[in-house]
Design a protein around this ligand. Structure first.
Ligand code: GLU
Length: 475
């Protein structure tokens, strides 16, 4: 049975890279009729942030990939929050101590600090110097009796190598001499990531560990733990890093990395997931749009790239635009009503009309107020190119004629608007693109935009006249 897991630490928010990891785990489990597990790794109490677990779960729910087992939907392998499993870790540390694969270390913080300082200019030496590795049983007992605080360290082999077969990277070899005697139990009784992760992956019967490349260097320590316990090692797949445009590791400084930021800005979950799917994997053809079902069918863990993937926000915007346009008006309104400016007296119908006009132009829902302002705003700002149109001689002619003709109409409709423009053309002899651009700039202040006759209808006679008069003043 394939069982995968997503094992985030609740340090604040769900990172987009984390969401991609979750997605790949989900897809691999689903395509193998397996289970996708959510486990919260909160053993580092210093990094824990209040509300972070709820936030993680909310972001995952939003994304549409539901865990088969986890803190919300309990399964047979719970609890799914590591801080609720401390007894289990303690028990397993005792097994390692018993087998002498681990040892208590009494080194003080000061000693370790000094050690670090002494190593900083000697690159051949690094890490813990195994000071407590060979303490006799009697020494250990007496220190414990004296109440000395201690951690437990893993005894890593001093020579030889650890070999791992990674589904994405193939065979990876780690010389043991580079491995530190890693702390597995801290003095506060909490396990470190390494121990808790391995114990849980084993007890939760995880068959495939699919996680970010940053964990690859931890994998030899994990492999040692599996071997020391006499457990079967799961299969590993380490996913490529997500990168900024300049190929550095994706960072907050260069853009948003929290899924919640994208939620707020009006990105649709379908778009984010589709975008993340293709950051690290491609179908080998030109297909770009994938529903979750199609993803499950097509995704291949073996074909995940080894090299990092650039997080290209323009591409994400493109996907988001595609999905926004795939909705019918009612569906789109349902998810975007909250983005309309609050201080208007627009009815739902009017908002829908506006939405139908701007749907084509949106790449995020957060752009709705700005796009809607084209239609709603009382005063218009003209950019330089737009002004050139109305400041020309024909600009003034057209605007004045337009104002005169509109004021004679009872009402403005998108259908009678063409007749009006024909009359303006006959009167001014300005025609074609030049004529339409002047009208557009006069009514919206912009060179581009939705169909101008529909905008005119939405604005209504009075607002159209007010805008044309404003344009005349600016001309
Ligand atoms: N808790 C680790 C994290 O925050 C999990 C790494 C793993 O999947 O093993 O990403």
């Amino acid at each position: 049975m394939v069982r995968t897991r997503f094992a985030p630490s609740p340090t604040g928010y769900l990172h987009v890279g984390g969401l991609r990891t979750a997605l790949y785990n989900y897809l691999f489990a689903k395509q193998n009729n397996g289970k996708f597990v959510l486990r919260i790794e909160d053993t580092d109490q210093k990094r824990k942030v209040d509300g972070a677990v709820e936030n993680l779960i909310e972001s995952l729910n939003w994304s549409g990939i539901e865990a088969d087992e986890g803190p919300v939907k309990q399964g047979d392998f719970g609890p799914y929050i590591q801080s609720e499993r401390l007894e289990l870790y303690k028990k397993h540390v005792d097994i390692l101590l018993e087998k002498e694969h681990a040892y208590p270390c009494f080194c003080t913080r000061e000693r370790l600090k000094k050690l670090k300082e002494s190593q900083s200019d000697d690159s051949t030496q690094f890490g813990y110097d195994n000071h407590c590795r060979n303490l006799s049983r009697a020494e250990v007992m007496s220190k414990i009796k004296n109440g000395e605080s201690y951690v437990v360290r893993l005894k890593t082999p001093l020579e030889g190598e650890v070999v791992i077969y990674d589904i994405v990277r193939g065979k990876v070899t780690f010389p043991n001499e580079l491995l530190d005697d890693q702390v597995i139990l801290k003095s506060d009784g909490f396990p470190t990531y390494h121990l808790a992760n391995v114990v849980d992956d084993h007890l939760m019967e995880i068959s495939h560990v699919i996680r970010g490349e940053e964990w690859l260097s931890s994998t030899p320590k994990h492999k040692l733990l599996y071997d020391y316990f006499g457990w079967k090692t799961p299969k590993f797949a380490h996913l490529p890093l997500l990168l900024n445009q300049d190929k550095s590791k994706l960072s907050k400084r260069q853009g948003d990395v929290a899924v919640e930021d994208y939620m707020e800005k009006g990105y649709l979950p379908e778009a984010i997931m589709n975008f993340l799917l293709l950051l690290g994997w491609n179908p080998g053809n030109n297909k770009e749009i994938f529903s979750l079902k199609e993803m499950v069918k097509s995704f291949s863990l073996k074909k995940v790239n080894k090299s990092g993937s650039i997080f290209n926000i323009e591409k994400l915007n493109w996907f988001n635009g595609q999905y926004i346009r795939s909705y019918d008006l009612d569906g789109l309104y349902k998810i975007s009503a909250a983005y309309f400016p609050k201080n208007t007296n627009l009815s739902e119908n009017e908002e829908k009309k506006i939405l139908s006009l701007i749907q084509e132009r949106l790449s995020t829902l957060q752009q709705i107020p700005k796009q809607a302002a084209l239609i709603l705003s009382d005063s218009i700002e003209y950019n330089k190119d737009a002004l050139d149109y109305i400041r020309s001689e024909s600009g003034m002619l057209v605007l004045k004629s337009l104002a005169k003709i509109i004021s004679c109409e009872d009402e403005l409709h998108s259908s009678n608007f063409f007749q009006i423009i024909k009359k303006v053309q006959a009167e001014t002899l300005v025609k074609g693109k030049q004529l339409w651009m002047i009208v557009r700039v006069g009514l919206t202040g912009e060179i581009h935009g939705p169909e101008i006759n529909k905008i005119a209808e939405l604005l209504g006679k009075e607002k159209c006249l007010a805008r044309i008069n404003q344009a005349i003043k600016n001309g």
